[in-house]
Design a binder for this molecule. Structure first.
Ligand SMILES: Cc1cc2nc3c(=O)[nH]c(=O)nc-3n(C[C@H](O)[C@H](O)[C@H](O)COP(=O)(O)OP(=O)(O)OC[C@H]3O[C@@H](n4cnc5c(N)ncnc54)[C@H](O)[C@@H]3O)c2cc1C
Length: 377
């Protein structure tokens, strides 16, 4: 191998497993670390993604429930959009992450579940991690950080800026009869007192009810908003709760995506749509771009640092980043309003977004994944 030493991928979530899978496909056999004993077992996710992303990744079996109706309940009058060809699919996120990690393993990746990476030394390229209660340390040729918004890559000035705005999302799963699709397929409504949105959609025998919100001024806790929303709908209020989960959402892309021997992908790079909180398409795209840059470097005899710079450059020039930068404009203006306690235009903006995007299937497809896998990055 020209890239002497091993390649590490930190985090077997969506972004990390896609990167490891593509690296393994190209014969680079990365080490894929995850702190969890089973990848995906704690993934907090609404579980909706662009259908074209599922198709691109060949996830037909896991991502099989099409979202054919969107009810938009905010604004003056409710609207219902029906799609002849569904743009979104709903899926079980845990199953998806596991499937991707197993593909990486089948290609030759060394999956290390239950290994928590503890530190990275940018000057030496070393990673430290704990496994079976023991501390390990190794110098990797290249490292892909896919460890979410609290990335360890921050030690080297990479990834989400710890001071940048972030939001949160939370959901409860309520039990419904298996296969019951009589519930609204996807409900999009705006919180009245906090800028954000709610979603309601069925998944097998569960109905997921969630709330996502731009923080800024944390007025009402997410849990309270969610409880109020559920209590306010007599159909939801009586359903037994099967579980609940939540997480933070980074709203601003990182300033630096790659340097020394490391690169950041997915939430670690702050690649999330700031209006919807959706990050899966960017997680997959950045994971593929990082893998492609490493494969390119390997073929040309370049080192991990060259791959990191090439990845950062490719990501900056990608259609995904262009789209995220466009979305930063309304987001930043609204965030300032939230921070200063002024009323926001978030609600009409999200309504507009929710109504326009699904109708523009070609645009949705264009911001999904395009281009070569593993070739010229
Ligand atoms: C409640 C909620 C709902 C959401 N719903 C949607 C949705 O419907 N559609 C959508 O597109 N996006 C959604 N998002 C956003 C989406 O989930 C994220 O953008 C996506 O998960 C990012 O993937 P990732 O692989 O970068 O990070 P993650 O999925 O967070 O994966 C990070 C992985 O790294 C591992 N890890 C972390 N630290 C370490 C460490 N030190 N050592 C080893 N391993 C480590 C973790 O265990 C985890 O497996 C939602 C987010 C939230 C919070």
């Amino acid at each position: 191998m020209t890239l002497r030493g091993r390649i590490a991928v930190v985090g077997a979530g969506f972004a990390g497993s896609v990167a490891a899978w593509r690296l393994a496909e190209a014969g680079l056999e990365p080490v894929l670390f995850d702190r969890l004993p089973e990848p995906g077992s704690e993934a907090a996710c609404g579980g909706v993604m662009l259908r074209s992303l599922g198709e691109h990744l060949g996830m037909g079996e896991v991502a099989s429930q099409p979202v054919d109706t969107v009810h938009i309940l905010g604004g003056r009058r409710p609207r219902t959009l029906r799609f002849r060809r569904p743009v979104f699919v709903s899926f079980d996120r845990g199953a998806l992450d596991r499937d991707l990690a197993l593909r990486a393993v089948a290609g030759g990746a060394d999956l290390r579940p239950g290994c928590r990476v503890t530190d990275w030394h940018p000057t030496t390229g070393e990673l430290g991690w704990t496994e079976d209660g023991r501390m390990h340390r190794e110098r990797f040729r290249a490292i892909v950080f896919a460890d979410g918004p609290r990335t360890l890559a921050a030690a080297g000035g990479l990834g989400v800026d710890p001071g940048s705005p972030e939001g949160g999302a939370m959901y409860r799963e309520l039990r419904i009869p298996e296969g019951d699709r009589s519930w609204i397929s996807f409900s999009f409504t705006m919180a009245a007192d906090d800028p954000g949105y709610y979603w309601v959609f069925p998944k097998g025998g569960r109905l997921q009810v969630g709330v996502g919100r731009l923080h800024g001024r944390r007025r009402t806790p997410l849990r309270t908003l969610l409880d109020r929303f559920i209590a306010g709908d007599p159909r939801l209020a009586t359903l037994p709760v099967a579980g609940s989960r939540g997480g933070i959402i980074p709203f601003r892309p990182a300033r630096t995506f790659g340097s020394v021997n490391a690169m950041v992908v997915g939430d670690a790079a702050g690649l999330v749509n700031p209006l919807t909180g959706g990050g899966l398409v960017y997680a997959a795209a950045s994971g593929e771009m990082a893998a492609a840059a490493l494969v390119w470097a390997e073929r040309r005899g370049e080192d991990g640092a060259a791959a990191a710079l090439r990845y950062a450059d490719r990501l900056e020039r990608s259609v995904h980043m262009a789209w995220l930068r466009v979305l930063q404009v309304p987001f930043t203006s609204q965030h300032r309003r939230v921070a200063s306690g002024r009323p926001t235009l978030y609600r009409p903006l999200c309504l507009l977004y929710a109504m326009i995007l699904p109708r523009l299937t070609p645009l949705a497809d264009a911001i999904t994944l395009r281009g070569p896998r593993g070739g010229n990055p």
